[in-house]
Design a protein around this ligand. Structure first.
Ligand code: URA
Length: 438
């Protein structure tokens, strides 16, 4: 096969065969195709798109480019959960111990956060001692023993996706729905779970800003999963305002622990229960998601989910005392307060702006490998729809950077829109693909 012929074929709108896609991925991964030719191929794909067969072939080739995990020796079906990323999204921290406490094994492989949406691994690693840098053998052992482990994605899993993503990032070819779907699904396929729950976020703080795009991505990913023999559901959820009240690593761990203690924000708890209900139904533990939700509510109330979280923290080297004494988690030196400029109803808290402010305080990375500040972040005091009086405390920023406090407060104020009329708050759950059960 000849790379130049494949580039021109795609450029001119023809479809590539699975063998040709396999060749592209394999050769690029092994250094047989230079970046400049792969860039041309990516741009051709960006404009011409990929059909279903091509997207499936790309997913399979990326998944096969590295290590693939196999949990078939376990009696129970292993599940995985993926979020397309949002601001204040601490769902995984609550959801995976909750589901594991219900007896469903969870094998969660996550990337580190990049950009304004945070990463689960960074959040968990703000717990002193906690490590997600596990070998795959230890990861699999923990899933078997505890029903739960969270591991950072290593270079041995889907290495071709890692290389291709880095190239897409610098060639303006990230925003193609087939490339995004294949990239995410390849990691899920390689992770070895039989059942997959996708939380596709849409809105100001999400990768997919329009609902149409989010549902389209959800449909493509569900189709890929089904074609590859997985049980899979996508839930499309709102990400216009941050989830919960906290944005920042240790701050989000604190809020997740509060949810596990039954004292957390309603939106986070509700989302975790709803998503968990689908996971339990997918895994065959319950007859329908509603029955799953009932069971999960009981596990939250009984403290079983908190104990599962504690077990995960201990097994992965973290200090469990942090769960009982939250002051042991990293704290920032400086706190600044933001006050309401006028009275009224909160109409909007722009998650993208909040995420960017948090990023500027040190919660995340602008480039791969950048140091992050585990104690930094933003705590909101209200949600959209709440009423405030003039000069009420509406948010606090926590940081170790004295020189940026004024800019950060000014920017954060731009996230708030306060009006005279009460706004109706929409449901956080916007839809399920496919409608369940199918
Ligand atoms: N996340 C991924 O893993 N891949 C993409 O292409 C986009 C988001």
């Amino acid at each position: 096969m000849n790379i130049l012929e494949l580039i021109t074929k795609k450029r001119d709108g023809q479809s590539l065969t699975p063998e040709e896609i396999d060749f592209l991925v394999h050769e690029y991964n092994n250094g047989g195709i230079p970046d400049y030719q792969m860039s041309a191929m990516l741009m051709s794909i960006y404009f011409q798109g990929l059909n279903n067969k091509e997207t499936n072939a790309l997913t399979a080739a990326l998944a096969a480019s590295g290590e693939t995990l196999d949990f078939s020796s376990l009696d129970n079906m292993v599940v995985d959960k993926h979020s397309s990323g949002g601001v204040g999204d601490k769902v995984t921290l609550v959801l995976v111990p909750l589901v594991a406490a219900a007896g469903v094994p969870v094998a969660k492989i996550s990337g580190r956060g990049l950009g304004f949406s945070g990463g689960t691994i960074d959040k968990l690693e703000s717990i002193p001692g906690f490590s997600a840098e596990l070998t795959t053998a230890f990861f699999m052992e923990l899933v078997k023993k505890n029903n739960l482990a969270i591991m950072v994605q290593t270079e041995s899993i889907t290495p071709a996706d890692g290389k291709l993503y880095a190239l897409r990032d610098v060639t303006g070819t990230v925003e193609n729905i087939s490339l995004i779907a294949a990239s995410i699904m390849s990691k899920k396929i390689a992770g070895g779970a039989c059942a997959i729950l996708l939380d596709i976020k849409t809105g100001r703080g999400a990768f997919m800003q329009s609902r149409e795009e989010a549902f389209h991505l959800a449909e493509i990913m569900v189709r890929i999963g089904k074609d590859m023999g997985k049980r899979i559901v996508s839930v499309v959820t709102d990400m216009n305002q941050p989830l919960g009240y906290t944005v920042g690593n240790a701050l989000e761990v604190k809020e997740a622990i509060a949810v596990l203690k039954g004292e957390g924000p309603v939106d986070v708890e509700r989302l975790c229960i709803v998503l968990g209900g689908y996971i339990l139904a997918l895994s065959g533990r319950v007859r329908n998601p509603e029955e799953g939700q009932e069971q999960l509510r009981r596990l939250l109330e009984s403290g079983a989910a908190l104990e599962k979280f504690r077990q995960m923290v201990i097994s992965q080297g973290g200090r469990p005392e942090c769960l009982d004494d939250l002051t042991l988690l990293p704290q920032a030196t400086f706190t600044d307060e933001l006050r309401a400029p006028k009275a009224g109803y909160i109409r909007e808290i722009d998650a993208r702006i909040v995420g960017k402010v948090a990023l500027s305080l040190g919660t995340g990375r602008s480039y791969k490998g950048e140091e992050i500040d585990p104690g930094a972040g933003v705590v909101l005091k209200y949600k959209v729809g709440d009423r405030v009086s003039e000069n009420d405390l509406i948010a606090c920023i926590y940081h170790n950077k004295e020189n940026i406090r004024e800019t950060a407060c000014r920017e954060l104020l731009n996230a708030f829109s306060i009006g005279d009329k009460k706004v109706e708050t929409a449901s956080i759950i916007l839809g399920v693909v496919p409608p369940f059960p199918s």
